[in-house]
Design a protein around this ligand. Structure first.
Ligand SMILES: [Mg+2]
Length: 243
């Protein structure tokens, strides 16, 4: 790596973590646990706020002609089951709305804390985080998952708690991963000029946006993933990203 890189920003899905963990473990867990979680945490203020957001989303879905599962009358015994059915319906459509993401984050936290979930991390990731931070490079994350979900994932990995290595977390509240402006915001938030930042991802379109913002880029190509490399340097593991 160039000696002038002072900050590394990592994508999660397909870069630090197998895509399968997100789609075969995390999302199914939120679907399966939603009814039990809502029943156990019904009176929590944050859960009620998420439910209010979901109720608005449900009304919008009906208004636009979609056919989500019916929302049963408030406080009726069937209401929780009907909300859980709606949550599963949203997850099956890969919705990324604020209320859904917020509720999913809470369900995942309960799952991680109960030991039901452990995040998969590629083997080369922990030693690289250690190596980079020892050499004075700051490491952060930019992912479409919420900052809460990012922190939970790195706090409960198969290799232990990796949050000690991470200084910054960015999600799409600062902008889409495909927009140049998002990477300019990250540069500003880190108080580093873009050329001092290396962005690592498995998606060429994200790297293109980061490069346009002036960042250095590296394409991470994990096993089983066939990717058009574009015009970015490519690596198979973090072992070859050395300060
Ligand atoms: Mg990715």
């Amino acid at each position: 790596m160039d000696g002038d890189v002072r900050s590394i920003i990592l994508d999660i899905e397909g870069t630090t973590t197998p895509v399968e963990f997100v789609y075969d473990v995390l999302f199914p867990h939120a679907s399966e646990q939603s009814a039990v979680f809502l029943a156990q945490h019904w009176s929590d203020h944050g859960v009620q706020r998420d439910i209010a957001g979901l109720r608005d989303e449900h009304a919008r879905d009906l208004a636009t002609g979609l056919e989500p599962p019916a929302w049963e009358i408030a406080a009726s015994p069937l209401e929780i089951m009907s909300i859980a059915a709606y949550v599963r319906w949203l997850i099956s459509r890969d919705r990324k709305t604020t209320a859904l993401k917020s509720l999913q984050g809470k369900i995942w936290r309960a799952g991680y804390e109960a030991g039901l979930l452990r995040a998969e991390i590629y083997d080369d990731v922990p030693p690289a985080l250690d190596r980079w931070t020892r050499s004075g490079v700051q490491v952060g994350v930019f992912s479409s998952g919420s900052v809460l979900a990012q922190r939970l994932l790195f706090a409960h990995t198969t290799a232990g708690d990796l949050t000690v290595f991470l200084s910054n977390y960015f999600d799409t509240t600062i902008g889409s991963k495909f927009e140049v402006g998002s990477y300019r915001h990250i540069s500003g938030a880190l108080d580093e000029p873009a050329p001092a930042i290396l962005f690592v991802s498995d998606v060429v379109a994200e790297l293109d946006a980061a490069k346009t913002a002036g960042m250095k880029t590296t394409l991470c190509v994990r096993p089983g993933r066939l990717i058009d490399r574009g015009d970015h340097p490519a690596v198979a593991t973090f072992d070859s990203i050395c300060p």
